[in-house]
Design a protein around this ligand. Structure first.
Ligand code: GDP
Ligand code: MG
Ligand code: ZN
Length: 352
């Protein structure tokens, strides 16, 4: 077993050659237990503490990250020295009083967006996931699970293709095995696939099915509301027999966007083009003459539903930007206060 089996390649090697010191070695974070992280190194797996500098953005670590480890002979402590540049990162806005970026998965090549074909299916949620996935830099793939529970799989797949331009959509079943062959092409040696989706959609079941053994715990679905209970409690990278890495994650019901410029462009570029063609710069796309958006909707060029999605997302993203700016201002204010405090002390000392 070497780190190459875990996705180490020239991209990381180049940075390593420039930055690393003799007593350091590279490791990939393969599981996140909160304060403790499991890493994979050339000599096997090890546990390390998450660095305490939580406020330090450069050390916000996620499963999939490559880090430089250092072993201190004197106090026999293994510690993370720095984070290697990420190829991709899938983020969301973390829930809480304060708005923060939460990195869900790092250095992922394909993000599988899973939704089950039973009652849980939700197109709006999928749309958001797609935006975040495009933003991440990884390639999104839509995977509709539990095809054995749906009588109209073809129609569902067609519906998803409409909101997911340029994305492959696969319907699978871990019960009948339907569609599993069609997703195997993504499981390539050295690549990383992350599974994202609500709890109960069948992420852990899929990992087990691909691994050919029950590595992960799965749970019985609650019959009443077709939602699963939470069984996966942490994020984890698993090496599949074919050499691909697959990341199981705890369920995320919804996703709050953190950044969306690229994602919005990929998903709604046609709408953004239309807006630029409206006669008035400040067109509200309601009843103005020469509104390219209205014209396109009336001509059936774009679906009303997609337009409504765009409006809603736009509002949300403006809100997000305002919140981010507010946070920045608060930070500046705090820094300003500190500076004035030290200045006052300095002046006092000079006077005395
Ligand atoms: N009918 C059906 N049930 C499935 C399928 N895949 C998973 N399940 C069931 O869905 C439930 C939740 O699966 P699990 O893998 O724990 O979901 P996770 O929370 O996304 O990891 C379990 O009871 C599985 O047996 C499938 O393809 N068809
Ligand atoms: Mg699970
Ligand atoms: Zn307009």
């Amino acid at each position: 077993m070497s780190i190459k089996d875990y996705g180490w390649d020239e991209y990381f090697e180049n940075e390593w050659k420039q930055k690393s010191k003799d007593n350091m070695y590279p490791a990939r974070i393969i599981a996140d237990y909160g304060q403790v992280l499991r890493v994979m190194t050339d000599t096997g797996t090890q546990l390390v503490n998450r660095p305490l500098k939580k406020h330090d953005k450069a050390l916000q670590l996620a499963v999939g990250d490559w880090v430089a480890l250092e072993y201190n002979e004197q106090n026999q402590v293994l510690s993370v020295q720095y984070l290697l540049n990420r190829k991709t990162k899938f983020s969301r806005a973390a829930a809480g009083i304060e708005l923060n970026e939460q990195i869900v998965a790092a250095n992922v090549d394909y993000v599988f967006l899973l939704q089950s074909l039973n009652l849980d299916f939700n197109m709006k949620r999928l749309e958001r996931y797609l935006i975040a996935a495009w933003e991440s830099g990884a390639m999104p793939v839509v995977v509709l699970t539990k095809a054995d529970c749906c009588i109209d799989v073809g129609k569902r797949v067609a519906d998803v293709y409409k909101v997911a331009p340029g994305v492959e959509v696969h319907a699978i079943s871990c019960v009948t095995g339907e569609g599993i062959e069609s997703i195997k092409k993504y499981f390539i040696y050295g690549k990383t696939v992350a599974l994202l989706g609500s709890s109960g959609v069948g992420k852990s079941t899929l990992v087990n099915s691909l691994a050919g053994e029950r590595i992960l715990k799965t749970q019985e679905i609650r019959e009443d509301d077709s939602k699963g209970r939470h069984t996966t409690t942490h994020r984890e990278l698993i090496l599949l027999p074919g050499g691909c890495l697959i990341m199981d994650t705890p369920g995320m019901r919804s996703i709050s966007l953190w950044e969306a410029d690229t994602g919005m462009e990929v998903m709604f570029g046609d709408i953004e083009d239309l807006i630029n063609r409206c006669r008035f710069n400040d067109c509200k796309h309601e009843n103005e003459p020469g509104c390219a958006v209205r014209e396109a909707i009336e001509a059936g060029m774009i679906e009303l539903k997609r337009w409504e999605s765009w409006l809603k997302l736009q509002k949300e993203l403006k809100h997000l930007e305002a919140k981010k700016e507010g946070k920045l201002r608060l930070l500046e204010k705090q820094r300003g206060r500190q500076i004035s405090k030290y200045q006052k002390e300095f002046n006092k000392e000079r006077r005395s």
